[in-house]
Design a protein around this ligand. Structure first.
Ligand code: GLU
Ligand code: ZN
Length: 507
């Protein structure tokens, strides 16, 4: 059997990282089995529909390297008004791949369910339904449709009047959902709602559309978040009603925040766009997501896996049954590992857009700026975790620096007077060192610390504040070399003036 899996996002907002992780699982499984990964856009919820997010979703998938083998074609994407539709158009033999283009199919299946006695028309008014719900709530009953129209004579509701079509769920017995991860999950039919399948506007509900599409697109496995489990028995019943073979479900436990609560905004970034903007490398995020709820096995310490290794080793059926905890700390660590594994040239290419976005480097980047950036890259590579941090770290190399307030210029465990002396001495050392390069700057500065009976850290701390205007910066002497002697001395002069009790010198 050729494996066919899908990602079926609803374009109702930025794609949540939890859904992207499920997409990673599906993609890995498809690649491993030599199967197909299909992208289907589920846009039947018209009230929450945000057309522009279709492009955002596709862009995110592409960026992460989750290429799809079938998906919306050119005309479909143009119909949505998507800019650069050509870039994303893939098409395939089972289209359309956007649900709003498939309405006729759903209606046809709705009719068939009616004929088979597995569905019925319902023209209950919203007011009546609200009353029913209220009554049920008041008497602490299960809140569900009261089946009012279920046993009306077949012609009681004319197809021409406004109505919905509901699933006729058996009143007794159980529906079992076999699950590749969780094992059998069983539901009492009496507790399953007579779900609406087709709405009065002719749009299907999600439940019907998904079954029709998964069937027609020959989907074999469905890995998705386990928050969808409650809807699965309804689907199994629709498959049974139509005598179709259901796919194999694999419900993947959700992703929680580090505190064990549902991953949300208060924890940090949650959409793929945000992670991208903060400067996580796609290969690091991919690695991280693949290990979010899956691990290669007991006692296995390895955490860094190439894409190929993951394709080979991932095991969909051995995904953890407990929710995964999203550790931002681990992601930062992993990103740092990937950052260090890049060549300086590659890292420069990845960093350039961040500097440009921040307005620190022009676009296109002139040759001489490029030469400076080439010097900066090795300075930041060791410690950089998120690429966006480079902007703050290196701002002092591109912009005027505000002279820090006097208290920042006072060294650890030093008096302002001692710090002032240290600054002045530092100035003469830096004025004379030749060449103005780390090898020639560091030894006399260390010697100065010794002479002043200071720890190197005390002296360098003052130097860092005075010449970079910030507490954290790339290694000091490499930074000074890039800044150049003139700027360094000017900043020392300004710092000295700020620290001098006699006030700023007259210019
Ligand atoms: N459209 C659903 C979503 O937005 C798909 C759920 C499923 O995979 O069945 O996640
Ligand atoms: Zn009704």
């Amino acid at each position: 059997m050729a494996v066919r899996v899908r990602m079926a996002p609803s374009p109702t907002g930025e794609p949540h990282i939890g859904n992207i992780r499920t997409a990673v699982f599906n993609w890995l499984f498809a690649r491993q089995m030599g199967g197909q990964f299909i992208l289907r856009i589920e846009d039947t919820d018209r009230t929450r529909y945000q057309p522009e997010t279709v492009g955002v979703i596709m862009d995110g998938l592409r960026w992460l390297g989750l290429n799809w083998d079938e998906g919306p074609g050119l005309e479909e994407l143009q119909r949505l008004g998507l800019e650069n539709a050509e870039e994303y158009a893939v098409g395939g033999p089972y289209g359309p791949y956007i649900q709003s283009g498939r309405l006729a199919m759903y209606q046809e299946v709705g009719e068939e369910l009616l004929e088979r006695g597995w569905a019925y028309r319902c023209n209950c008014t919203p007011e009546r339904l609200a009353q029913v719900r209220e009554r049920q709530r008041a008497s602490k009953q299960l809140v569900m449709y009261d089946r009012h129209c279920r046993d009306l004579p077949p012609d009681a509701i004319s197809p021409d009047e406004p109505h919905v079509i509901r699933l006729k769920v058996p009143l007794t017995g159980k529906t079992v959902v076999p699950d590749g991860i969780k094992g059998d999950v069983s539901f009492k039919n009496a507790g399953i709602d007579d779900q609406i399948l087709l709405k009065s506007d002719g749009f299907p509900t999600y439940h019907l559309a998904v079954v029709v599409d998964d069937h027609h697109m020959k989907i074999t496995h469905i890995a998705r978040g386990d928050d969808w489990i409650p809807s699965t028995p309804k689907r199994i019943l629709i498959y049974r009603a139509l005598e179709w073979e259901p796919p194999i479900y694999c419900h993947v436990p959700l992703v929680n925040g580090p505190d064990g609560r549902k991953l949300g905004k208060r924890h940090g970034a949650t959409s793929i766009t945000e992670f991208r903007r903060q400067g996580y490398l796609p290969e690091a995020l991919f690695n991280f997501l693949a290990l979010l709820g899956w691990s290669p096995g007991e006692g296995e310490e390895q955490e860094i896996f190439s894409r190929e290794e993951l394709i080979e080793r991932f095991d969909l059926f051995r995904v953890n049954r407990a929710p995964a905890a999203f550790s931002y700390k681990k992601l930062d660590w992993m990103n740092g590992v990937y950052v260090r594994s890049l060549s300086e040239k590659e890292l420069l290419e990845r960093l350039l857009p961040f500097w440009q976005e921040a307005g620190m480097v022009p676009d296109p980047c002139p040759q001489e700026t490029l030469a400076t950036l080439r010097q900066i890259v090795p300075l930041v590579q060791e410690r950089l975790k998120r690429l966006e941090d480079v902007v703050e770290w290196t701002a002092f190399l591109f912009r005027e620096v505000e002279t820090p307030p006097a208290e920042k210029l006072v060294g650890k465990k030093m008096t302002p007077q001692e710090s002032l002396v240290a600054l002045r001495r530092m100035r003469s050392v830096l004025a004379e060192a030749e060449p103005f390069e780390p090898e020639a700057l560091e030894p006399p500065m260390r010697a100065l610390a010794e002479e002043l009976e200071l720890k190197a850290g005390q002296l360098f701390g003052i130097a860092r504040w005075a010449m970079t205007g910030q507490k954290v910066a790339p290694p000091l002497f490499g930074s000074l070399a890039i800044m150049g002697r003139e700027t360094a001395l000017a900043r020392l002069d300004a710092a000295e003036a700020a620290l001098d009790p006699k006030g700023p010198k007259n210019p």
